[in-house]
Design a protein around this ligand. Structure first.
Ligand code: MG
Length: 314
C-alpha cells in the first residue's frame, strides 16, 4: 500500500461502482449523546460532500422532543443549500407533519422508517406494522406527487432484540408492502448487526424471487459482531450497488451496549478501493473529517481504518 490507500487488486463478479448512502449526520449523530451544535453539523456535512460522498442523509424531521440531537433540522437544512448539485441530501420524515416541514425547506429526497417486526414497530413507532404502513401511505403518495425521491428503511431484517430471529418470508412481506406504497428504494437494515453472509444471500434471493431486484435495494449493516464488511461483500456479489455507511462509524448501537454500530464509511471505502470498485470518495479527506468529528464528540472513532490511518499520520 502507498499513501494511506490499499493496493488495488480487482476481483471478478463485483459492480464497477457503488453508491454510498452516508448516514453519519443522521443515523450516526442521532445515537450520540453529546449534542452537536448546528454549525458543526453543517460543517460536517460539507466536509462529507467535499470528500466525494454524493448522498449524505442530513437530518430528521421527527418531533424535536423525540430526538433532541436532531431538533435543529429547520436551522440546519438551509445551511446546506449551497450543496445543491453537489450531493443529494435525504432527510428522514416520520409522518405527514414531518413531510410538510421537509417540503417547506425544499427537501428533494425523503426517507420513511419502517420495521420488519411487530415489537420494534410498536416500540419505535407506537404502531403495528400495518398501522405504520397506513401512516406512511399518504406521506409517500404526496412525496411522489411532488416528485420527491422516497427511500424506505426496513429495520430488523435479520434479527430483533425482543423477537430473536426474523423469518426471511416476514421480511419479504414487509419489503413488498413498503415498495408497494411507491418507495423508490429500500434499505435493508441489520439493526442489531447479527446477519452473516449466507443469511444476506438468502434474503436477497427471496426478495428477487418475490419481484424485488437488487437494483432497488440498499444494504444497511451494523458491525456489532464484526460482520458488516463480509455481509456487504456478499450483497455486492449478488448485484447490490447501494451501501449505507456512517463516517467514522458514528452511532454506536442503540439496542446493544456496544461501541460498534453502523458500518464505518472508511472501512467500506478501504475495501472498495482495494477491490477497484469506484465510490468517488477520497479516503484521506474522509478520514480527516471523521477524526475532526471525533474530536468534537470527545471520543475516538471506532472505525479500524480511521484509527490505522490516524496512527500512521501521527
Ligand atoms: Mg444504522
Amino acid at each position: 500500500m502507498t499513501d494511506g490507500l490499499p493496493m488495488r487488486v480487482p476481483a471478478a463478479g463485483l459492480p464497477a461502482r457503488v453508491r454510498i448512502h452516508e448516514v453519519g449526520a443522521r443515523d450516526g449523530l442521532q445515537n450520540e449523546k453529546t449534542v452537536v451544535p448546528t454549525e458543526v453539523k453543517a460543517e460536517f456535512i460539507h466536509r462529507l460532500a467535499g470528500a466525494g460522498l454524493t448522498t449524505v442523509e442530513a437530518t430528521s424531521f421527527v418531533r424535536p422532543e423525540w430526538v433532541p440531537q436532531l431538533a435543529d433540522a429547520e436551522a440546519l437544512f438551509p445551511l446546506l443549500h449551497d450543496l445543491r448539485g453537489v450531493a443529494e441530501l435525504p432527510v428522514l420524515v416520520p409522518n405527514a407533519r414531518g413531510l410538510d416541514r421537509a417540503l417547506a425547506l425544499g427537501a428533494r429526497r425523503i426517507a420513511v422508517f419502517g420495521s420488519a417486526t411487530e415489537t420494534f414497530a410498536r416500540r419505535n413507532l407506537n404502531r403495528t406494522v400495518d398501522e405504520s404502513l397506513a401512516m406512511f401511505e399518504p406521506v409517500v403518495a404526496r412525496a411522489k406527487e411532488e416528485e420527491v425521491h422516497v427511500r424506505g428503511y426496513l429495520s430488523m431484517c435479520f434479527g430483533d432484540p425482543w423477537e430473536g430471529a426474523v423469518p426471511v418470508r416476514q421480511v419479504v412481506k414487509a419489503a413488498k408492502a413498503l415498495l408497494g406504497l411507491g418507495c423508490d428504494e429500500l434499505s435493508l437494515g441489520d439493526t442489531i448487526g447479527v446477519a452473516t453472509p449466507g443469511h444476506v444471500l438468502a434474503l436477497l434471493t427471496a426478495l428477487d424471487e418475490a419481484g424485488v431486484p437488487a437494483s432497488v435495494i440498499g444494504v444497511h449493516f451494523h458491525d456489532t459482531y464484526g460482520q458488516a464488511l463480509a455481509n456487504t461483500l456478499a450483497a455486492l456479489q449478488y448485484g447490490v450497488t447501494t451501501v449505507d455507511a456512517s463516517a467514522g462509524g458514528l452511532g454506536g448501537c442503540p439496542y446493544a451496549k456496544s461501541a460498534t454500530g453502523n458500518l464505518a464509511t472508511e472501512d467500506l471505502v478501504w475495501m472498495l478501493d482495494g477491490l477497484g470498485v469506484e465510490t468517488g470518495v477520497d479516503l484521506g479527506r474522509l478520514t480527516a473529517t471523521s477524526a475532526w468529528m471525533a474530536e468534537r464528540l470527545g471520543r475516538p472513532s471506532p472505525s479500524r481504518t480511521v484509527r490505522a490511518l490516524s496512527h500512521k499520520e501521527s
